[in-house]
Design a protein around this ligand. Structure first.
Ligand code: NOJ
Ligand code: CA
Length: 710
């Protein structure tokens, strides 16, 4: 070869090549825009990994990255081929939300790698915001690859401290509907959960793992939550625990063990690490939304945040009515018209009606049956035409309900007829439901005609939930799924997914006795865990807190083992603390009519200009202030766990130069969830921005305030 005639040139060339090579195959660094967070990407023969620091303190120690697929492995023996950087600082506007404007300010690092053992290319993209880190794996289109199966994702989250954490178990029968356990990371297991919170009966399927958002608080107060953003065509990430402070990504598998079926071009969801100096700051993170794609819906005029009432609590709570046929069937035309009258008189946007359709009379709950559900045929008691016309006249809409019993193929075969029925009958919002206890119980008939049982949160269901969102949008319908897949910020891309359940909600206070219902601290944990991901259809607003439930619709004597661990003032504060663009006034109209505290429910908005979380300790208390999007009103909600406390609240969030009338709804002295929960003190004072307000919260109680300019 001619080149060897020029040895010096040859040496120089080799040096240059090796310089470029060694230059790229080294650590790469990234700083957040405010330089508080610093990130390191590391590669060596053994693995690729990352670590994260805040103000010089390590939050996440070296943690492995990688993907194992049927046709390739990206884990070790990798070469960095290219490194690119970019930055963004742009503000965008939400269709609805906790705040109108969101700023996407981040620095990006993209590492392009190939493996020494195959020719396939992958990019790992990191985005560092002031409130945390997001990263994902991308496999671009390339000759060698088309369809492939992911067998494992080896993303680790190696916490530098065995910190205290709040978690719910994955692979357990009631999906996300659990109270939270609070233990060190190293103590996470189903046995621990069974000891501390609730006995997890049933077969132990799947690994020891927790759902996300998974929240920890370090000794220095810093809070970290692991979650994911833009979960699309992939399976839900849980975090596997192994008795140490290291968590590993665990993808919920298909029934054949494959984690994900996919093809190029491929992008995994973003793995997210939200960081806040304290719990309140953590809740303000906008990282998840910033890592989702912009709104895909060109016209959003039909998407309506607002409040609703419904034929619901009388089944699930007071036990006086039934979903299915019979003398106590709730969804009867006359009853629906009464709810329409009440809702319309008080300016509600919607009336939810459950049990309006056919299919409830078989034993659908909770073994995964529900094939009889028909989503465009009304129960004979429910006169669709008459009700639609009546609601139209009264300027209110019916909120539809699709309980599927987890029968996905039955539901998918009816999506067009179901949503066109809704569209024809002025229904703009539908609550869906997937009650199907025992989580790996979603029936799927494969192309081979055989029955397979899928997990509630695997790829099959992720794709199903997306299909429904897209189909609903075609018919201008918005959704509030119960028993959903967790939100990962998809509401940015499809703002017709308004809210969802996906946690232990008020319903458990309905059908569970005091021993097993939600504890007073549950709602003081939700804002720092489940609500980090999205709005929640918790359905607050129960005023009849004691002696509300009958033994059965036939036996209308009071079952005194049911007592909700809340107070009326706390129920009001939940409208502020637990954000949802559609909020239910969940109690019966008779418990609201003429009640002075009902005014707060009528006043409180569901779409906000701004939100400020003022204080909070996870599992203890929180105060949240929000400004109405349509006026200069501010609202403040504070709640506490089982302990009484005083909170000194700095009103500096209020607008300058405005004097406000503050209408306060609070627990009476010596009140609380056990004593006088149904008493609420209402008083008004005059306040300004520079005032400090002291809120006295009674055990299990709360405090709600409307500030309106004078
Ligand atoms: C469970 C849901 O969470 C609840 O709201 C609904 O009423 C029942 N399923 C029946 O669909
Ligand atoms: Ca539920």
């Amino acid at each position: 070869m001619k080149v060897f005639q020029y040895p010096l040139l040859c040496v120089l060339l080799l040096l240059t090549i090796s310089c470029v090579y060694t230059d790229l195959n080294r650590d790469h660094y990234l700083l957040s825009p405010d330089e508080s967070l610093s990130f390191t990407f590391h590669v060596d023969q053994q693995n690729i990994s990352y670590s994260l620091k805040k103000d010089g303190n390590t939050l996440i120690d070296q943690s492995q990255l990688g993907i194992l697929a049927d046709q390739f492995e990206f884990a070790d023996n990798l070469q960095i081929k290219n490194v690119s950087r970019s930055r963004k600082n742009k503000t965008w506007t939400q269709v609805w939300g906790e705040q109108k404007q969101i700023t996407d300010h981040h620095n990006e690092l993209a590492i392009h790698v190939t493996s020494n053992s195959h020719n396939i290319q992958m990019i790992i993209r990191f985005r560092l915001f002031n409130d945390g880190l997001g990263f994902r794996y991308e496999i671009p289109e390339q000759k060698e690859l088309n369809e492939f199966k992911i067998l494992d994702e080896i993303t680790e989250f190696n916490f530098s401290e065995d910190a205290t954490s709040w978690w719910i178990p994955a692979y357990s029968y009631r999906r996300f509907e659990f109270l939270y356990a609070n233990t060190l990371i190293s103590q996470i297991s189903r046995d621990t959960y069974s000891k501390l919170v609730e006995n997890l009966n049933g077969p132990r399927l799947g690994p020891e793992a927790v759902h996300t958002p998974f929240t920890v608080q370090r000794n220095d107060g810093i809070c970290i939550a692991i979650h994911e953003a833009n979960l699309t065509n992939y399976s839900s990430m849980t975090l596997k625990a192994n008795g140490t402070r290291k968590m590993e990504c665990d993808l919920i598998p298909w029934s054949d063990g494959t984690k994900v079926y996919t093809k190029v071009p491929f992008q995994s969801p973003w793995r997210t690490i939200m960081v806040g100096n304290n719990p309140a700051e953590l809740t303000m993170s906008t990282l998840t939304l910033n890592l989702n794609e912009p709104n895909q819906l060109t016209n959003t005029d039909w998407i309506e945040p607002g409040k609703y009432i419904g034929i619901w609590w009388e089944m699930i709570g007071t036990n006086q009515s039934t979903w299915g046929s019979g003398p106590h069937h709730g969804a009867k035309t006359e009853k629906v018209k009464e709810y329409i009258d009440f809702g319309s008189k008080h300016g509600f946007k919607g009336v939810l009606v459950e049990g309006w359709n056919t299919g409830w009379d078989v034993n659908w709950c909770c073994s995964g049956d529900g094939e009889a559900f028909d989503f465009s045929h009304n129960h004979p008691d429910f006169d669709t035409k008459e009700i639609t016309e009546y609601a139209r006249k009264k300027n209110i809409r019916i909120i539809g309900h699709h309980e599927t019993g987890g029968q996905i193929q039955n539901y998918e075969s009816q999506l067009d007829s179901a949503f066109s029925y809704a569209n024809r009958n002025d229904i703009r919002v539908i609550k869906t439901g997937y009650v199907n206890d025992v989580s790996q119980n979603i029936k799927r008939i494969g192309s081979d005609g055989k029955i397979y049982k899928e997990w509630h949160h695997g790829q099959y269901m992720v794709e199903h939930f997306r299909k429904v969102i897209e189909k609903a949008a075609q018919y201008q319908v918005s959704l509030v799924p119960h028993e959903p897949i967790k939100d990962t910020g998809i509401r940015r891309t499809y703002p017709n997914i308004l809210s969802r359940e996906g946690a232990k909600g008020q319903e458990f206070n309905g059908f569970m006795s005091t021993k097993d219902n939600n504890k007073p601290n549950h709602t003081t944990i939700l804002p720092f865990t489940r609500l980090l991901s999205s709005p929640m259809d918790y359905t607050p607003g129960i005023f009849n807190i004691k002696e509300y439930r009958y033994h059965s619709p036939d036996n209308r004597t009071v079952n005194e083992y049911h007592h909700i661990p809340s107070t009326i003032a706390k129920e009001l504060a939940l409208y502020i603390v637990l954000y949802a663009p559609v909020q239910m006034a969940a109690d019966l109209p008779t418990n609201y009519e003429g009640h002075p505290a009902f005014q707060f429910i009528l006043d409180v908005p569901t779409d906000w200009e701004k939100t400020v979380v003022l204080n909070g300790e996870i599992g203890k208390y929180i105060s949240t202030a929000r400004k109405d999007i349509n006026s200069d009103d501010w609202y403040l909600g504070s709640i506490t766990n089982e302990n009484e406390r005083e909170l000194n609240i700095n009103l500096s969030f209020l607008d300058a130069d405005i004097t406000y009338k503050a209408t306060i709804y609070k627990d009476p002295n010596n009140g609380g969830w056990k004593s006088k929960p149904e008493e609420v003190v209402i008083e008004t004072i005059v306040v300004k921005k520079d005032d400090i307000y002291t809120a006295s919260l009674m055990p299990g109680g709360g405090h709600a305030i409307r500030f309106s300019p004078l």
